[in-house]
Design a protein around this ligand. Sequence first.
Ligand SMILES: NC(=O)c1ccc[n+]([C@@H]2O[C@H](COP(=O)([O-])OP(=O)(O)OC[C@H]3O[C@@H](n4cnc5c(N)ncnc54)[C@H](O)[C@@H]3O)[C@@H](O)[C@H]2O)c1
Length: 301
Amino acid sequence: MQDDSLQAVVVGAGTMGTTLAKLMAAHNVQVTVVDTNPQVLDASRLSIGTHAAAIRFTTDLQSAGAPDFVIESVTENVAVKRKVVAQIEASVADTTVIMTNTSGIPIDDIGSAMRLPQRFVGTHFFNPADIVPAVEVVPGSHTEAAVVEEACRWLKRLGKRPAVLNTCVPGFVANRIQHAVMRECLSLLEKGVVEAEALDDIVQYSIGIRMALNGPLCQRDLNGLDTHLNIARYLYPDLEARQEPAALLEEYVAQGRLGAKAGQGFYRWSDESRTQHQARERENLQRIIEIAAQHSRRDEP
Ligand SMILES: NC(=O)c1ccc[n+]([C@@H]2O[C@H](COP(=O)([O-])OP(=O)(O)OC[C@H]3O[C@@H](n4cnc5c(N)ncnc54)[C@H](O)[C@@H]3O)[C@@H](O)[C@H]2O)c1
């Protein structure tokens, strides 16, 4: 099939499904969005705005037609995802590529009951999916190389920067790094080393701005690996290495402090401050992406 007539189905119309559908419609992919909750579909349509006119919204997966690929973006729960993937498999042709937008559940765990797991691949987008360029492409142990290649081709067609993992590990790359960073952040808060606002300032205006231009390995090359090794030698014994989530995080979630959507997390939020912040973030992310793309890349490894 020609790329011009690419057809896709997005299953799950929440935060990610909505921006995935927006991304696809903006790149002239004929997209159907499926969710079991009709109210979520209405909210998704509203949030997408002008591009929504070109998108089909339905609660019926069976009516999704003959897509080239389906991407599941339902709740991050392995049992729910397994069920949804089985429903997708029963609704589409054997040649349809099935992708999962899981944040880090091993691909084989989700695809364990699939009839044709060779056409199943992880494509982990980042929020908002219509803006953030990177997508982790994660093959399971049964995924065919041709499926990985096809997924990468479609992702490039959507303006993305697919990055393929050699092997699937829980959390993939991005969430392993994000959680390693957050384990240390929460530990520093719990120990009273620093207040939330100061911690955010330190990270955002030092490591953060530099990482927008250079990945961590490139950054270390620029700083010197010998210096990094000297610091690693004395620092690692003191870093947080616990195996359970921080008590502070458990406490906040138990209290309903779920972050901006609940009005309070590390900071207090109103509906207005959240909406304004997110709108500014979308605009400024585009600017950062442009600057990052202009910044000269290192030589090949
Ligand atoms: N939110 C993020 O920042 C982010 C980033 C990257 C990846 N992800 C991943 O994307 C996926 C979706 O996350 P989200 O944040 O959009 O979640 P969400 O809770 O906003 O949306 C999930 C949607 O799935 C729908 N759903 C549940 N069961 C369904 C079923 N059987 N059939 C159809 N729809 C069903 C729900 O009604 C809901 O609308 C998860 O796997 C998550 O880990 C999330």
